[in-house]
Design a protein around this ligand. Structure first.
Ligand code: PSU
Ligand code: MN
Length: 301
């Protein structure tokens, strides 16, 4: 096993108990301190409250780890952008150099699959960026969906991305996108995007059934569970759209590219909305953790 499991995660997997993987880029690069640490710990508690064991995934001193201590989460939160954002491309580098790394959806999925953890909750997945025809900026999260047998619970994808092109790419790659109690692909801060999902499920048991069927058939890769933000916490699309457009303009103006794009946009949007986007972000991650725990319980039953 290439992954170091915490004693709790190790015992849970050995006993075939439900486990939910969680990412660490959201801690180090997705939110500011101390909200990032508070959220990471609260999300772990939500997973526990719904009958599963949380396994926050990161690279620590070059070791791939599933299940972090409170001190380790605090370290990632405090160090923030001082810790490298690690996608699949970067795993060999941080491992070889014995560095710490905050894992993106792609890298977290890969490590979860190595560890045998089939369910993963995030906030929002990466996707095809607006203007990708020019920039070629397509998140490695999408590539990973064809590789790792993990169900990813996500609040759709943020409207900083080109959502129609993201869905096109997933269709091409043969990745099922299942609307969870919705027929629409959610747009992270907003419940609706106007885009249809190709399929829906109305219970954790249905999702677990799709996961089993997919992998029993030898169909490699992810099942995306698109779970909308709770109504009470959503920001209507027409309110958030100008904020996103302005943030995208700033990226262009400052020449930000590569892996810096997503963290920059998140921080800009949080600044402009004076924390409202952060509040929505926290609410949707918790909601995803709850649904992921329920799916993990159903999958293990
Ligand atoms: N979307 C969010 N919050 C996040 C991210 C995406 O709403 O924190 C992070 C995730 O870790 C995701 C990564 O995997 O950004 C995608 O980065 P990129 O676009 O550089 O692939
Ligand atoms: Mn990118």
């Amino acid at each position: 096993m290439n992954v170091i499991l915490s004693p709790e995660v190790s015992a849970a997997l050995a006993a075939r108990q439900p486990v939910v993987a969680l990412e660490s880029t959201i801690i180090a690069h997705g939110m500011a301190y101390p909200a990032n640490v508070e959220t990471a710990l609260a999300v772990e508690q939500v997973v526990r409250d719904h009958g599963a064991i949380p396994a926050t995934i990161a690279v620590i001193g070059g070791k791939l780890q599933a299940g972090l201590t409170g001190e380790e989460i605090e370290h990632f939160g405090q160090a923030g952008p001082g810790i490298m954002k690690v996608s699949v491309r970067d795993l060999a580098f941080v491992a070889g150099r014995r560095l710490d790394g905050a894992t993106t959806v792609a890298a977290t999925m890969r490590i979860a699959a190595m560890a045998g953890i089939p369910v993963f909750a995030t906030g929002g997945m990466g996707g095809v960026h607006r203007g990708a025809g020019e920039t070629f900026d397509v998140s490695a999260d999408l590539t990973e969906m064809t590789h790792s047998n993990v169900a990813l619970v996500t609040a759709g994808a943020k409207a900083i991305l080109d959502l129609p092109l993201t869905l096109e790419r997933l269709e091409t790659d043969g990745v099922p996108v299942v609307g969870y109690r919705t027929g629409e692909f959610p747009a992270f801060y907003s419940r609706s995007s106007g885009l249809k999902v190709p399929m829906r499920a109305d219970s954790a048991q249905e999702v677990a059934g799709i996961m089993r069927s997919k992998w029993e058939l030898g169909l490699t890769g992810a099942v995306i569970v698109a779970n909308p933000i709770p109504e009470a916490d959503e920001i209507p699309a027409e309110q958030i759209e100008p904020v996103i457009a302005a943030a995208l303009g700033e990226t262009k103006r400052l020449g930000i590219c590569g892996k810096d794009v997503t963290p920059f946009l998140l921080a800009e949007i949080a600044k402009t909305t004076k924390g409202r986007s952060l509040q929505a972000n926290i609410a949707l991650v918790k909601n995803n953790a709850k649904v992921a725990a329920e799916i993990a319980v159903a999958y293990m039953a």
